[in-house]
Design a protein around this ligand. Structure first.
Ligand code: ZN
Length: 344
């Protein structure tokens, strides 16, 4: 299979092909998506494209897709190319173990024997034991020259932050392009224009923090009003105190559950906007953006930071989301996260 046939993954694939075309290939990638098999196909295609004997070339005469037929393409498909290494969870424990990572590190440090690049793919990277992940960090931080490391994961939230922050993250497959509600669109638009206008002083970031706290407070009020109107408490005045207490508890729990879900979605929309900023820093054009209607503010912010900072912003937000799932205090988690954002 060649990139051209991976229609479902098109936005991520386009992004990857464009980085190839512009000579901006990264050393370490995280491919995230819902289906491991699909992520493996994308990884196969990238490796074949890098090694193909008669690749399809883009505008700058740089390979952007493989032929899928030459001897290198076939070897890579059959898993017997000497310069390509795959690591998977061990069948029994379903974990990737430290000795597997050590083998991979020594293999990738050898000079390529027949290819231009050494490549290593870690399938289901979220199955790395902490010790294995730690063993891997130094190589991820300073990969050998002419090497590409690709981590595949359907549950990137389970990867160590230190791994995530060292990889260029690309999302593939369904779920790659989310739909936003009108409320989310309006909020992201306001947020982005405030972020673009403010230089990154403390005051500016507190202004952004104030903005999200206000949006969340409004959200909670609206959810409470909706749920209260639907609760049996509204309909019966004269009920047994025990039953009343039960209804009150249920109402409280259901407001909290819906609020948490909506808060997660609002922050996810902010994460997509930060991804837009990152895409701008890579200068990959507008059609991969999530918020094409108001791309100028993201462009402005992107002009003030580099791709690395833009990637870190996404990780900061993911980390904040994970903290909020634990029972950490909301305002504190948001404050810590927002003060770490680098918006130039
Ligand atoms: Zn080929």
């Amino acid at each position: 299979m060649a990139f051209a046939e991976l229609a479902e993954s098109s936005a991520g694939v386009q992004l990857l092909q464009r980085s190839l075309e512009r000579g901006r290939l990264g050393h370490a990638y995280l491919f995230a998506g819902n289906q491991l098999a699909e992520l493996e196909s994308v990884a196969h295609n990238l490796i074949k494209t890098l090694n193909c004997k008669s690749p399809k070339v883009g505008a700058a005469d740089i390979p952007v897709d493989c032929c899928d037929e030459c001897v290198n393409c076939r070897k890579i498909d059959n898993g017997n190319h000497a310069d390509v290494r795959w690591v998977r969870p061990e069948s029994k424990s379903r974990f990737i173990l430290t000795n597997q990572i050590r083998d991979l590190i020594s293999a990738i440090n050898l000079k390529p024997t027949e290819a231009e690049y050494k490549t290593a793919v870690i399938v289901a990277g979220d199955r790395m034991k902490v010790e294995a992940a730690n063993a891997f960090l130094k190589t991820l931080e300073e990969p050998p020259a002419k090497s590409v490391i690709i981590v595949l994961s359907t549950e990137p939230g389970r990867l160590l932050d230190t791994i995530i922050s060292r990889c260029l993250r690309l999302t593939f497959g369904s779920g790659a392009n989310p739909a936003f509600t009108d409320d989310q669109l309006r909020w992201v638009e306001t947020f982005s224009s405030v972020a673009a206008e403010n230089r990154n002083g403390l005051l500016g970031r507190y202004q952004l923090l104030g903005q999200i706290l206000a949006a969340l407070a409004d959200m909670k009020t609206a959810i409470a009003e909706r749920q209260e109107a639907a609760s049996p408490l509204e309909r019966y005045d004269d009920v047994d105190p025990k039953l009343r207490e039960k209804w009150e508890d249920e109402l409280k729990a259901s407001i909290e559950a819906e609020y948490r879900r909506s808060r997660g979605e609002l922050l996810a929309s902010l994460e997509w906007w930060l991804r837009d900023v990152w895409l701008h820093t890579l200068q990959l054009g507008d059609e991969l953006l999530s918020f094409t209607e108001f791309s100028a503010p993201a462009q402005t912010v992107a002009s003030r930071i580099d791709a690395h900072d833009a990637q870190e912003n996404i990780q900061v937000l993911e980390h904040t989301q994970r903290l909020l799932y634990t029972n950490v205090q909301e305002a504190l988690a948001l404050e810590v996260g927002f003060l770490k954002l680098k918006l130039g």
